[in-house]
Ligand binder design. Structure first.
Ligand code: BV8
Length: 238
């Protein structure tokens, strides 16, 4: 099982969630913008922030970390990939089964109760525009991401907890381990006696408890993990 955070996309040029945001967004705190309250009070501002991030994601490409995870999926009998990232880069690198714990930036959904509209986000419209009307009911759309204070999608939560219960190795890659319930998954693995490996160039609250810590960028460490799996398994003597 692998839990990914925005550090996995860092080497693609996607700023991590807590890196200072650049340009126009420098003066905003993502923790404040990624909330239903911010969207309710200024839908156009929040919508434009997500349009800026969509545009940025369209301009970048998966990095060796994403490709290594897609390769791991092919090499291992079972792999559950849980990502906190909303950028869709795992899928673009070839991962077929991605659990998007915090949703997806590239998809629009309708916030109107009972509408249920869900569709691919259109081309970012002109800067000043706010959320476009839902094609089904006319209410302003929102990005299909999980904001702070919102529940994790039920299927994602179920798959993550099921995987923790029966995985035999847990990788935590590129996450500051600050956001729950995602960060709780590694804690559950530790409590269940599952070996936990952290890959992160910087220490996090998980570091002291992890069984193994690889203090390296994901784009270096994950290809090395894949390479080690490719080595012929030396038959154990006897
Ligand atoms: C919920 C989508 C309940 C949006 C995101 C007090 C205590 C504990 C919890 C809480 C609390 N108060 C409130 C809460 C709950 C809250 C929470 O955890 N808050 C924290 C911050 C205190 N959680 C929630 O609100 C969650 N929902 O609890 O709901 C509920 C239940 C039922 C019914 C109703 C409600 C929802 C959380 C989801 C929020 N949405 N994203 C968007 O993207 O716009 S979270 C956001 O942060 C991103 O998804 C991001 O992935 C995530 C975590 O951040 P990281 O990925 O770790 O990124 P970060 O920048 O922090 O760190 C990057 C790391 O990478 C660093 O460690 C860096 O060293 C490393 N790195 C850098 N370069 C590399 C690298 N690593 C490897 N290689 C590199 N090259």
């Amino acid at each position: 099982m692998v839990l990914c955070g925005s550090g996995v996309s860092a080497e693609s040029g996607v700023p991590t969630f807590r890196d200072a945001m650049t340009g126009l967004w420098e003066r905003y705190d993502p923790m404040q913008l990624a909330t239903p309250e911010a969207f309710a009070s200024d839908p156009a501002l929040v919508w434009q922030w997500y349009q800026w991030r969509r545009q940025l994601v369209h301009e970048v490409a998966p990095n060796p970390a994403h490709y290594a995870l897609a390769e791991l999926e092919r090499l291992l009998p079972r792999l559950t990939l849980i990502t906190q990232n909303v950028d869709g880069l795992h899928q673009r690198a070839g991962s077929a089964d991605v659990v998007e714990f915090h949703g997806n930036l590239l998809t629009d959904i309708c916030p109107a109760a009972g509408c249920g509209y869900r569709g691919a986000g259109g081309e970012p419209a002109d800067e000043a525009s706010g959320p476009p009307p839902c094609p089904q009911c006319g209410v302003g759309l929102r990005p299909a991401v999980v904001w702070f204070g919102e529940a994790i999608p039920g299927d994602a939560l179920d798959r993550a907890f099921a995987a923790v219960a029966d995985c035999d190795l847990f990788f935590s890659v590129g996450t500051s381990s600050l956001v729950y319930p995602a960060a709780g998954l590694a804690e559950q693995a530790l409590a269940a006696g599952v070996p936990v490996v952290e890959i992160n160039p910087n220490p996090t609250p998980l570091t002291p408890a992890a069984d193994h810590v690889i203090s390296a960028p994901a784009g270096t460490a994950l290809p090395a993990v894949v390479e080690s799996l490719r080595q012929p398994v030396h038959q154990q003597d006897g």
